[in-house]
Design a binder for this molecule. Structure first.
Ligand SMILES: *Cc1c(COP(=O)(O)O)cnc(C)c1O
Length: 368
């Protein structure tokens, strides 16, 4: 097929984008550690709740009222301070469309969540990428300094996908004080439940603060709660800010099945958070072993670890595949490995140790 041929007129900025092609599917028997999914199968009570909502001929409740009520009760906010969508990625899209006119700026750290640049571009906004520090953390001073009168939305990803690092509360507070109060700050906390660093920022601390009406906390049921396939996430923030997201949303995207599963998951919180604790323990053990093998793994606070393989990424990543572990390489940068099944831990550590950067250099680990 002639890829340059376009039978109809398309916005140039869209025609220029690389078309989305599904990533490689894991071979049967391989451990799929490439998408930060939860390895535990859904709880029977959650499956039952999703199946019970089977009026397939009916539209769902357009605003997921029941789920919003439960979440609002938990966080001590009004129902309108919670917005539910088909995955938290949908809410990022909605808020970019709501906040930025074409040509205005959406700022985020880089490398960060791979969806950010495309979501900004599709909305006609200008993505502004501020490099991470060498240890894979947000450079909030540089981000604050890069704010212009055209900046409309700032994404802070904590823990950062793919490096795993968090922004501290202190850093966030200093950053917030430097940013104009009418500029939207979206705290993407897709991995919040996996954080065990007490210094880390928690977006929910700000949702009742009148001086933080420009802060929206973004959460999802995809990771800790294991509902990635059902597509459901939520935002907590100022009702008028969330009204803007509701206005740009594709209507009726959240199915009754997803809402039912989310409600059942909240009801089974104890059981699900015990699984999260298991994954946290597995993650911390993995990160320690990888550091002991000579890798400079940054603070891992999500359900994944980051191997900063740099220019070796494309030679190291295939070694994992050969060992039956599907990982996520970012060429030139590094490899993200999700914390999955216990059986995969040893294979990950073995392959990483075989390709340790400290085997190739004579300098001691940590030397400049
Ligand atoms: C996985 C992820 C999301 C969430 O995705 P949804 O499945 O759309 O809720 C959002 N942000 C980051 C940084 C992620 O890694």
């Amino acid at each position: 097929m002639d890829e340059s041929f376009l039978p109809v007129r398309i916005r140039q900025s869209i025609a220029d984008l690389p078309p989305y092609r599904q990533g490689k599917q894991a071979d049967a028997g391989a451990f799929k550690l490439s998408s930060n999914e939860n390895p535990f199968p859904p709880l029977p009570s959650v499956v039952a709740a999703a199946s019970a909502a089977t009026a397939f001929n009916r539209y769902p409740d357009a605003t997921a009222t029941e789920l919003r009520s439960v979440l609002a009760g938990r966080f001590g906010v009004s129902k309108d301070s919670v917005h539910v969508a088909a995955g938290s990625v949908s809410i990022i899209t909605q808020l970019i469309h709501a906040a930025a006119e074409p040509g205005e700026e959406v700022m985020f750290a880089w490398r960060s969540f791979e969806a950010y640049p495309g979501l900004a571009q599709v909305a006609g906004a200008v993505p502004v990428q501020i490099p991470l520090t060498p240890d894979g953390r947000h450079d909030l001073a540089a981000m604050a300094a890069a704010v212009t009168e055209r900046t409309r939305l700032i994404l802070i990803c904590s823990p950062n996908n793919p490096t795993g690092t968090t922004v501290t509360k202190k850093e966030f507070d200093q950053f917030h004080a430097r940013v104009p109060h009418d500029t939207l700050i979206l705290l993407d906390e897709a991995y919040a439940e996996f954080v065990n660093d007490p210094e880390a920022v928690n977006g929910l601390d700000y949702v009742r603060s009148p001086t933080h009406a420009n802060v929206v906390a973004l959460r999802t049921f995809s990771k800790a709660y294991g509902l990635a396939g059902l597509r459901i996430g939520y935002a907590v923030g100022h009702p008028r800010v969330l009204d803007a997201a509701r206005s740009t949303a594709v209507p009726l995207s959240v199915t009754a099945q997803a809402e039912g599963a989310a409600l059942a998951s909240l009801a089974a919180d104890d059981e699900l958070l015990a699984r999260v604790a298991t994954l946290i323990e597995r993650r911390d053990r993995m990160a320690l072993a990888l550091r002991a093998a000579g890798w400079s793994v940054p603070a891992a606070q999500g359900n994944f670890v980051w191997l900063p393989a740099g220019s070796d990424t494309e030679t190291v990543a295939p070694a994992f595949e050969r060992a039956g572990v599907v990982v996520r390489p970012f060429p030139g940068d590094g490899i993200r490995i999700s914390v999955g099944e216990e059986e995969a831990v040893a294979a990950v550590v073995r392959v990483a140790s075989d390709h340790s950067p400290s085997r190739e250099v004579t300098a001691p680990v940590g030397a400049p």
